[in-house]
Design a protein around this ligand. Structure first.
Ligand code: BG6
Length: 474
């Protein structure tokens, strides 16, 4: 028995052992049963690089994927509801076919002993609302809260809710990195405002959930990306603190303290000034955040990688590696810092640092600095890799993924053994799926999807994941 297996056995029965998905990345079927367009449909078509249809065709094949999840020892799945299946324009009359689909999906999960953890927003803003400014338009918040209220009431079989997935990733990709529509680069005013407005939407949905006495638990998901100075000099430490404020601290403070602390605002203001940018907080906003900050029942933490940062005073510039050609990404943020490679830290083909200690550091930090986060679930963690198809019925060798997950579960166990209340781990992803800015060759799944035929094949990591999951049941 491997040491990890032994240590996993020490986890309590009922520890959540799951696989994660997101509606737009797996469902396909973007034009059926009255679904409305998201911000992606026309954009992807115009770009012509890849199509979101049929993705992993989860819209039709969910019974097969849930069956696989069950067979391979999982007890939970993360799914998201596509806002535009419920409200094709983001508001108005609900679409009965979309509502019926999610009832079928949740029933299938529950019938198979797979607990659904459901997000309401995972990067797929309705096109109509996107055209009106998306999260930069405060009206969007009202529409989101109405949609959330509808879902809480309609899907009473769901007991575990997340409002929004990775508020920073959306804001950062849309307005700083420029690889999500509307593709702005270093539009710092929009980047910070979108974070604040998304947070308000989350907080209002949580407050409403509690006021109306809906049954179940509610929280949100942040991806946490520790920022380390490299080399470790005072100037680089300050650069790391600035980037950390923008990527982690601002949202963690807002979520779990209900305020942006003076230290956080000093860093944010310095970053905004360096970029001639502004944040607008309206009267009453902070009361909403304050009220919600103690009412989250749990916290979903996604973790992939840290960044290593050196001070940088030049103009902002970046390039995004969306092809898997190693060494093609760069990131330099005016008055903040530039990303550097730390010798000895391996990277993926997409230049993501592989650094399990970062997960441990973030778990400890959240538990120490944000006690209102309460129970933590790792809601995403995984390795993007160009898995090699071996033919029908042939096991796919993804030892690298096993190593990756192994090291990260070890980090989780270490934090847990030191008192951090982590109650679950969701691998990203359950099956191979569509990756927003990378398409289909960046695979993450435990199960391989042949995107031509939609056949599923088993990867070694699925067998290994099953062995670990099994120990939680015995
Ligand atoms: C997370 C998202 O940020 O990372 C997922 O919640 C995403 O939707 C995952 O797919 C991996 O990112 P990428 O860009 O490699 O697909």
């Amino acid at each position: 028995m491997t040491s990890l297996l032994k240590r996993v056995q020490s986890l309590p029965k009922g520890f959540v052992w799951g696989g994660a998905t997101a509606a737009y990345q797996v469902e396909g079927a973007t034009k059926v049963d009255g679904k409305g367009k998201t911000m992606w449909d026309d954009y992807l078509k115009a770009q012509g690089r890849f199509s979101p249809d049929p993705a992993s065709d989860f819209y039709h094949l969910y019974p097969e994927d849930i069956e696989l999840a069950k067979l391979y020892g999982l007890n939970a799945i993360r799914v998201s509801i596509a806002w535009t299946r419920i409200f094709p324009k983001g508001y108005g009359e609900p679409n009965p076919a979309g509502v019926a689909y999610y009832h079928r999906l949740f029933k299938c999960c529950l019938d198979n002993g797979i607990t659904p953890y459901v997000s309401l927003h995972h990067f797929d803003s309705p096109k109509t609302l996107f055209d009106d400014g998306d999260w930069l338009n405060r009206k969007n918040i009202d529409y989101f809260v109405d949609y959330a209220d509808f879902c809480f009431k309609e899907f009473s079989e769901v007991k575990n809710w997340f409002t929004i997935n990775e508020l920073i990733s959306l804001a950062f990709s849309q307005y700083i990195q420029g690889n999500f529509p509307p593709n702005h680069h270093f539009d710092v005013t929009s980047g910070i405002q979108a974070q604040h407005n998304e947070l308000l939407a989350h907080a209002r949905a949580v407050n409403l959930f509690k006021e109306k006495g809906y049954q179940g638990r509610i929280g949100l998901i942040h991806v946490l990306q520790p920022v380390y100075p490299y080399p470790d000099t005072p100037a680089n430490e300050h650069a790391a603190a600035l980037e950390d404020a923008f990527m982690n601290r601002f949202l963690l403070d807002g979520t779990f303290k209900g305020e942006y602390t003076p230290k956080t605002m000093a860093l944010i203001n310095e970053l905004l000034e360096a970029n001639d940018a502004k944040l607008k907080i309206e009267p009453g906003d902070m009361d909403i955040l304050k009220k919600a900050s103690t009412q989250n029942d749990y916290f979903g933490m996604n973790y992939y990688q840290p960044s290593f940062v050196a001070a940088y005073e030049g103009e902002s510039t970046n390039s995004f590696n969306g092809t898997g050609e190693k060494g093609t990404s760069s990131f330099k943020f005016q008055g903040v810092g530039q990303h550097v490679k730390k010798p000895g830290v391996p990277t993926t083909d997409w230049d993501w640092n592989i650094y399990p200690a970062g997960m441990y550091d973030m778990l400890k930090r959240v538990a120490r600095e944000y006690p209102n986060s309460k129970t933590i679930y790792i809601t995403e963690n995984g390795l993007g890799y160009k898995d090699k198809y071996e033919g029908i019925g042939q096991l796919i060798d993804d030892e690298k993924r096993i190593d990756f997950i192994d090291q990260h579960v070890e980090a989780l166990l270490k934090a847990r053994s030191e008192g951090v209340d982590v109650q679950g781990y969701f691998v990203w992803s359950l099956q191979d799926q569509f990756s927003w800015a990378n398409g289909y060759n960046k695979r993450y799944g435990l199960f391989y999807v042949n995107f031509e035929t939609q056949a599923r094949e088993i990867k070694k990591s699925a067998l290994w994941f099953k062995e670990l999951g099994q120990t939680l049941k015995d």
